[in-house]
Design a protein around this ligand. Structure first.
Ligand code: MN
Length: 233
């Protein structure tokens, strides 16, 4: 079928040790999934359902690329997160079957316009401009679940300019990987190519042009990016 206008290239992510890439369908995100981070944001960890929000698929930024400091913010924050890559879709997936739907795992940073998020929270408005902006989802190469097995624990860390800012363990997540997949799949039919950011631990903070960010997860991989002023790109 021909299209009336030239479509942009489909967003993709690299896969460790493979020539094929992973086509990104949707990016889902979980909020408030580590108790200490909920507290640092002024909230109370609860046993309510997870908070879900989305980023556009083309917000992905491949490992090693520069990211322009986004417009309309004076408080860009990093949030290092484990990302689940979905290989097999489904709806109302039981927790016990969740692992069968995972293609692999990646390290991601949920970049956030914290000032716009605060306005949205205060006014009860949507988070889209705070979370779903261009270049807001830098991602490492995906580590397939077939190569290294399923994940339930492991160190998650983030450095800014070689200073450690976030350092936690995946086992501290309030909702674990099978629970997140199961609950999310009750709201949306998950599709191959979906990515799920699983929330960030404590230690979030601001970024400025010139900053270099490295993040990693034990048994998954590492991610590196740097922030440049918008005009420099
Ligand atoms: Mn987040």
């Amino acid at each position: 079928m021909t299209t009336a206008i030239k479509p942009p290239p489909p967003p993709t992510v690299a896969i460790q040790n493979h020539d094929e890439c992973f086509p990104v369908h949707r990016i889902y995100c979980v909020g408030r999934n580590y108790a200490e981070h909920v507290q640092e944001m002024g909230g109370q960890p609860k046993n309510d359902l997870p908070v879900f929000f989305m980023k556009p698929a083309d917000a992905v930024v491949v490992d090693g690329s520069a990211i322009p400091y986004p417009p309309k913010t004076n408080n860009l924050h990093y949030e290092a997160e484990l990302v689940i890559a979905i290989g097999t879709g489904g709806a109302s997936i039981p927790e016990q079957a969740a692992e069968n739907h995972i293609f692999g795992y990646a390290v991601g940073i949920d970049l956030t316009r914290r000032d716009l998020q605060k306005v949205a929270k205060d006014k009860g408005g949507p988070w889209d401009t705070a979370k779903g902006f261009d270049h807001s989802a830098p991602l490492s190469a995906i580590r397939p679940i077939d190569e290294g097995g399923p994940l339930s624990r492991g160190r998650l860390w983030l450095n800014v300019n070689d200073e450690i800012r976030q350092d936690a363990d995946l086992s501290e997540m309030i909702w674990g990987i099978p629970q997140i997949i199961s609950i999310l799949s009750e709201f949306y039919t998950l599709m191959p190519g979906d990515l799920i950011f699983t929330g960030t631990p404590a230690g979030v903070g601001p970024l400025l042009p010139g900053d270099t960010i490295t993040a990693g997860i034990e048994n998954v991989g590492t991610l590196k990016t740097h922030i440049v002023s918008g005009e420099d790109l």
